[in-house]
Design a protein. Sequence first.
Length: 739
Amino acid sequence: MIKIKGVLTRLTYQNPENHYTVCRIRVDKIHDPITVVGHLGGVAEGETLDLTGKWISHPRYGDQFQADSFQVSLPATVSGIRKYLGSGMIQGISRSLADRIVDQFQEHTLEIIENEPKKLLEVHGIGRAKKRLIEKAWNTHHSVRRVMQFLQDHGVGISHAGTILKTYGPRSLDVLETDPYLIARDIPGIDFRVIDSLARARGVEKEDTRRLSTCLICRLRAFEQEGHVYAEKKDLFALSARTAGVKPEDLEEALDDLADQEEVKILEVKTVEEPESDPEREELQEPGAFPGKIETRVYLSRLFRAETGIASRIKALLSMPRSGHSLSGEEILEQVLTSLAVKLSKEQLEVVSRVLACKISVITGGPGTGKTTLVRALCAVFSKLDQTVVLSAPTGRAARRLSEVTGKKAFTLHKLLGFNQETGDFERNFTNPLALDVFVVDEASMVDTLLMYRAVEALPARARLILVGDTFQLPSVGPGNVLSDIIQSGRVESFFLTKIFRQAQESPIITHAHSIRNGEMPDLKQASKEGLSEFYFIENQEPGKVVETILELCAQRIPHVFPHVEEVQVLTPMHRGDAGTINLNQRLQAVLNPDGEGIQARGLVFRPGDKVMHLKNNYEKDVFNGDIGRVLEVDRKEGQVVVDYEGRSVVYDILELDELTLAYAVSVHKSQGSEYPAVIIALTTAHFPLLQRNLIYTAMTRGRELVIIVGSSRAFEIAFGNNRTAQRLSGLREMLVQE
C-alpha cells in the first residue's frame, strides 16, 4: 500500500449517505494537486490528510489516488490552529472569534474544544448559548471522523461508516463501543463477521446468547436476500454454527430467545413428498396422499406475517359472495369489438367469461399468447358493467408499458398503496382500502411476498383481483415465489394461455422463447447462419471478445436500423467482470458518447447524451427504480444534471447523483417489466453463478424487433440446463391449500 500526505484544497463531491468523496490534495514537491477518491467522511477543505491506498487510472480523468484509509492531522502550531479555526468550517466560529480563542488557549486550543468545552466561556464574546453552538458544531464535524477512525482501528471497512452515522447520528460511536450487535440487527446488509470482530475484541464470549441470536438473524436475512421466505432449521443452524464457530446445538437457546421476543416465528410443518409434475398442467394432489416428514421452518416475523397475511386475505376474499354482474358471450364480443375493434378468439372469449365469475383469477402465458389483449378486453367489459378498474404493476417501467398498451392510466403498486419513504409504511391497508371494484396487477411474477401482502391487505371486500404475468420469467428480486405459489395451490382460478397468435408465430424471438419455455433447446447453429432475421446468436468464447463484438454492434452495425440510443439495450447477467454492466457501460460510453463536459460521481462521468437509469423510487421527482432516461444538460457550475424521461425533465443536484447510473448496459433483473426494440445479450461462462433457463428466457423476451445473443454456446447450454426456479423456500402454497 502507498502512503501520501497533503492538504485538502478542494472538496469536489461527497455523497452524504456513504461519504464517498472526490477531492483534490496538494502534496509537497508535486506541482499540481492530485485527485483522491474514496470514503473520506468528516474531511473539510484546509485539513491535512494522511492517506493510505493505491494509484488507479480513470479512462477519462487519468491517474487518481484511491484511498482505503485515512487520518486527519489537526494542526499543532498556533498559526496552523488559527488558520484552521478561522476557515469557517466550524459553525459559530468567525475569523475574529477564532483569533480570540487561539489567543486564550494557544497550542492547547483544539484539545480544549474537544475535551473541555466549558473553558470556552473564559473567552470574551462566548456565552452559554454560543458555547453550546460551537460544541455541537465541533462534534457534528468530527463525529464522522471519530467513527471512521474507530472502524479503521478495528480493521472494519470505512464504507460502512455512512450507514452507521445515518442510523444512529451522535450515538454512533457509543453504539460501536458498547453494543455493536445492535448495528447488525438494525442495518441489513452489514456482514455479521464485521460487527462480531468488534464485539469479540471487547471481550464478548463465543457462546454469548446475544452474539448467537444476532448471527441467526443475519443468516435469516441472507436467506431472504437469496429469495427465501423462511429457512429450514437444520440448514439455518448448520450455516450459523459455522459462522459463529460453535456447535449447532449451542444455538437452541438463542433461537428460543428470538421466538420469545417475537423476532422470529418457528413453524412445524408436515411436508409431503410428491412425484415430479407440471404444476401448471396437473391438479394438486390431496394432502396426505404421499408419505411426508416433519420440517421445522424458521421465519423472520415480518415475513411470516406477510405470507400468512396473503393466504388469509385470499381465503377471505374467496369466501365472499361473487358479484352478480355478468354478460353473455355475444354481449362480450360486441362490447370488445365496439371498444377495441378486436375480435376475441374462442379461447379468449372463454377466459373473459370465466374471469367475470371469479373473485380472484390469474392469467398467465408466454409472449404472443394475448395476455395484453385480454386485459384490454376485460377493461372494456368491466366498463360496460360500470365497474371501476385500476391497473397497476410493480415497477414504473411496467406501469408505463401497461398504460401504453391499454390506453388507460396505470400506477406502480408503491404509489397506489401510498408508500411513505420516511416511515417505510403504506397509507392503504385493511382499515383504509383502495377505492376500486377490479384490481389488475400486471407483471405479477415480479411482486414479492412483502409487497403482495400490502396489495391484498388494501383490497376492499367487494373487489375482484386479477393477477397477470409470466411464471417462467425470473422470480421477484424480493423473497417468495408468490404468483407460482398461488397457481400451484389450486385455490385460485388460473388461465394458462398457450396459443401463439398468427402474427407472433412469425417472430423467431417468440418461437425461440417458447421453445426454451417448453424445454426445447433452440438451434443456435442455425441462428448463427440466418440472413435477415429478428434473432441471432454470435459465438464468442472469450469475455473480452464478447465485449468487442457488442461495441461493434452498437457503434457500427445496429445504428443503421435503430439509430437512437434508447432503442438498443444491452443486457447481461452480472455487474462485475469484463462482460458485466460496470465495464460494459464504461466501454459503451467511450464509444457512443465520448465527448463533452461532464460531472463525476462515484467513479462515473455523466455527460449530455448519456443513457442513464434511476436506481431508487423517488416520489418527489416522480421517478422510479429502473426508469431509463437521457441526460439533456450538465451544469458544472451549479452542480446539476438534467435528465429527460420520455419528454419530462428531471433535475438532479450533485448530491443526488448516487440515484443515477449509466444504462447503456443493465442487468437482466433490472430489465424485467420493460420491452425494447432491440436487445443485445452478453452470455459467457464467467456468468456461471447466475446462468439459469428463466434468465435467458427473460432476457430474450425483452426484445420486440431484434434479439442478438453474443457469447458462448456452452454458457447458453449451461443456462438452458439449469431450471432452478422452484428452489425458493416459501410456504404460501401449503397455507393456501390448508382449510
